[in-house]
Design a protein around this ligand. Structure first.
Ligand SMILES: [Zn+2]
Length: 160
């Protein structure tokens, strides 16, 4: 397997967020043309807020190379260096819809980061295989990082 970088995203998550944000901004836009200035200011805010959610939703995803993993989400985006990751696995995407599974970065310090921006909503065989494939591709990048990273080599030398 030869890859320098990967990007995954959850199509359903993107669609849901983009549509939700889009409807929100449309409601704001439609009501923008009437009413008092205070009401118009309020709907202008709704429009901008909805549009921002839609744009962020369209950009959500997981992007990885041999340095680390960027999880871009509607809320907080997060960058995790491979130096801090001991293992990539597949696990439940907690706190979301039932049967959600997602790639999980298990960190050296014992905590873990669920890559919800790449989650699969459903535990079908096909979904599981897709998550497994994402895990494998991330693991390839992590192993390549281990080979090339001076910092990681230093870490291991200190532990030895
Ligand atoms: Zn490293």
């Amino acid at each position: 397997m030869d890859l320098n970088q990967v990007r995954f995203f959850s199509i359903w998550q993107r669609l849901t967020v983009v549509m939700g944000g889009g409807v929100f901004s449309l409601v704001g836009l439609v009501d923008l043309s009437s009413g008092s200035w205070a009401a118009r200011a309020f709907y202008a805010f709704i429009f901008v807020f909805g549009a921002a959610i839609a744009v962020l939703g369209a950009r959500a995803g997981v992007f990885a190379d041999d340095k680390g993993v960027l999880q871009r989400a509607v809320g907080l985006s997060k960058y995790i260096f491979w130096c801090d990751v001991s293992k990539v696995s597949v696990g439940p995407g907690d706190g979301m819809a039932p049967a959600t599974i997602a790639p999980v970065l298990e960190k050296v310090d014992g905590s873990s980061v669920v890559l919800l921006s790449a989650a699969s909503y459903g535990a079908s065989t096909e979904a599981r295989m897709r998550m497994q494939s994402q895990r494998d591709q991330l693991e390839v990048l992590r192993l390549r990082h281990l080979k090339n990273c001076n910092q990681c080599r230093l870490d291991r030398a200190e532990k030895a």
